[in-house]
Structures are given as structure tokens and as C-alpha cells.
Design a protein around this ligand. Structure first.
Ligand code: COA
Length: 129
């Protein structure tokens, strides 16, 4: 058993209107580029999906900041997924390049905390290793 330490933190805030505009302009293609199937189903399960979509967008940006990579060649939108425990607490599932990056950093866990209103979505992420 080794010592756990914080390898990085990230925070992001998103204007819901910006996401709503992209959803209007690009339709389902925007959602499908950013979100997994389960994330889309989760967002569409709420009466007003845009704040939930914005929250997942912010979560992925915050996680990319915790890694220090940003979103791009090393870590893409589809490499990160937000899921929920029965309590509603969110957790992160990594895929593909995200998983590789996490392993190369000797990551142990990623914590995310999500909050949103009609106007803004904000997420903090902590990378522990
Ligand atoms: C969990 C709780 C703090 C969320 O806060 P909120 O102000 O309602 O809403 P926020 O927008 O700030 O947070 C929502 C996010 O919290 C996260 N969340 C939900 N349950 C959680 C839990 N048990 N632990 C950690 N995070 C949780 C989710 O990620 C959710 O966003 P998502 O569904 O888009 O993923 C809230 O539901 C709660 O328990 N409040 C206590 C008071 C209460 O019960 N009020 C209602 C009584 S009528």
C-alpha cells in the first residue's frame, strides 16, 4: 500500500446558454461528440437537459485540467464519462486514451463534484495517485 497524493485539481464553469445554443445549432451531433450514450440518456431523463449537458461538458474540462493536458490529442471527450452511484454521487469512468493517461500517471482515483443552476454549471475535479 503506497502513499496517496493529489496529483492535480481542475475547475470549470460553463454558461448553460452557450451549450443550449450549440445543441440548437448542431442538434444531436453536438451531444454525440461530447457525451456517451448513457450520459445522453441521463441528460434527456431530466425536464430541462441543457444544464445537465453543460455540467458534463464542464466535468470533462475540469478533469482535463486536473491532468494538465486540456482536451485534445492526449485526452478526448469520449475518453471520459460521468456516471452516478445510487446516492446520486457522480464518479468518473475513463476509456481509451483517458485510461492510458491515468495509468501512466499512476492514478488511483478521480473525484468530481458537480453543481448547476439554469444559468451556469460548475465542476471541480481532483486527480489522486
Ligand atoms: C446532493 C445535493 C447537495 C445536490 O445539491 P443541489 O443544490 O440540489 O444541486 P447541485 O446542482 O448543486 O448539484 C447537483 C449535482 O450534485 C451531484 N450529486 C447528487 N447527489 C450527490 C451525492 N449524494 N453526493 C455527491 N454529489 C451528488 C450530482 O452530480 C448532481 O448533478 P448531476 O445530476 O447533473 O450529475 C442535494 O440534492 C441535497 O442532498 N441537498 C440536501 C438538502 C435537500 O435534500 N434538499 C431537498 C429537500 S426538498
Amino acid at each position: 500500500m503506497g502513499v496517496q497524493m493529489i496529483l492535480g485539481i481542475g475547475i470549470d464553469i460553463i454558461e448553460v446558454a452557450r451549450i443550449a445554443a450549440s445543441l440548437e445549432k448542431f442538434g444531436h451531433r453536438f451531444g454525440e461528440r461530447i457525451l456517451s450514450k448513457d450520459e445522453i440518456a441521463y441528460c434527456l431523463g431530466h425536464r430541462n437537459p441543457p444544464p445537465f449537458v453543460a455540467a458534463r461538458f464542464a466535468a470533462k474540462e475540469a478533469i482535463s485540467k486536473a491532468f494538465g493536458t486540456g482536451i485534445g490529442a492526449q485526452l478526448g471527450w469520449q475518453d471520459m464519462e460521468i456516471a452516478h452511484r445510487e446516492s446520486g454521487e457522480p464518479y468518473v469512468i475513463l476509456h481509451g486514451k483517458g485510461k492510458k493517461l491515468f495509468e501512466s500517471r499512476r492514478g488511483k482515483n478521480i473525484f468530481v463534484s458537480i453543481s448547476h443552476t439554469e444559468q451556469y454549471a460548475a465542476v471541480a475535479a481532483v486527480l489522486e495517485g
